[in-house]
Design a protein around this ligand. Structure first.
Ligand SMILES: Cc1cc2nc3c(=O)[nH]c(=O)nc-3n(C[C@H](O)[C@H](O)[C@H](O)COP(=O)(O)O)c2cc1C
Length: 227
């Protein structure tokens, strides 16, 4: 290749790179703006019927949440971390609980679950769901909770968003995690449900899930519940 050819190739590659970068940045900024805008406008009382949907996959070979496992015991009952947070949100908002379940069962062991989840993410799978919301039209506010899996939402939560259109509804995410908080999940949800009014979510560390009541209460107040 002569010098002119080389120069033109570099120009083409750089132009392509900056075009893709600018697009990704714009999309990202747009979604962040939507989430922030919603947060800033959330001082008004939150009205309407509430649904608290969540996915959880408690590990049966773990110890308890204080040791970093994906389950905890409260009032003698065994919960997945996300399930526990969902239960508190439902108690405090009066919302109905809805567990997103899959037709297939996930392994209870930590190693097995890690591998199964990785396989699903790598294959961009959409696991079939065995529970369905029959009366979505009755709800105005939908909380959606999940554990962070591989820096993303579990694939059944993608199946969930494929199944429903939340246009006109208020969507409030929450997650439990081992350090990665939401990763990019809030922005992903805003992209998957462009017609929903997104509110700023709550990320609860699995180490604090059993002690999260006060932070949940404060977050709900900021969102306009209990006004
Ligand atoms: C398959 C799998 C992948 C995980 N990946 C992450 C991750 O990328 N980042 C993170 O912070 N935590 C990760 N975790 C930890 C979970 O988010 C955490 O234990 C969560 O509280 C589990 O919630 P659950 O009991 O409701 O299922 C992962 C856990 C599992 C089982």
């Amino acid at each position: 290749m002569n010098k002119t050819g080389l120069f033109l190739s570099i120009v083409v590659v750089l132009t392509a790179f900056f075009t893709v970068y600018a697009y990704a940045k714009d999309t990202c900024t747009e979604e962040t703006a939507r989430i922030n805008e919603a947060t800033n406008s959330a001082a008004v009382p939150m009205k309407g019927k509430v649904l608290v949907a969540y996915f959880t996959s408690p590990e049966t070979d773990g110890i308890d949440a204080s040791s970093g496992a994906s389950r905890l015991i409260a009032d003698g009952k065994l919960y997945g971390n996300t399930e526990y947070v969902a239960t508190l949100i439902s108690q405090k908002t009066g919302g109905d609980l809805f567990r997103i379940k899959t037709e297939q069962t996930y392994p209870g062991t930590h190693k097995g679950l890690i591998e199964a989840a990785k396989k699903e993410i790598d294959g961009n799978a959409r696991p079939r769901l065995s529970t369905h919301i029959r009366n979505l039209q009755d709800y105005d506010v939908i909380f959606i909770g999940f554990p962070n899996w591989w820096y993303d939402m579990p694939m059944p939560v993608y199946s969930f968003f494929d199944e429903y259109d939340f246009t006109g509804k208020t969507l409030i995410p929450f997650c439990t995690h081992g350090g990665s908080r939401f990763s990019q999940a809030e922005k992903t949800i805003a992209t998957l449900e462009p017609g929903a009014k997104m509110q700023k979510g709550l990320a609860v560390s699995r180490n604090n899930a059993g002690k999260s009541e006060t932070s949940i209460q404060n977050w709900l107040q900021r969102l306009g519940f209990g006004e």
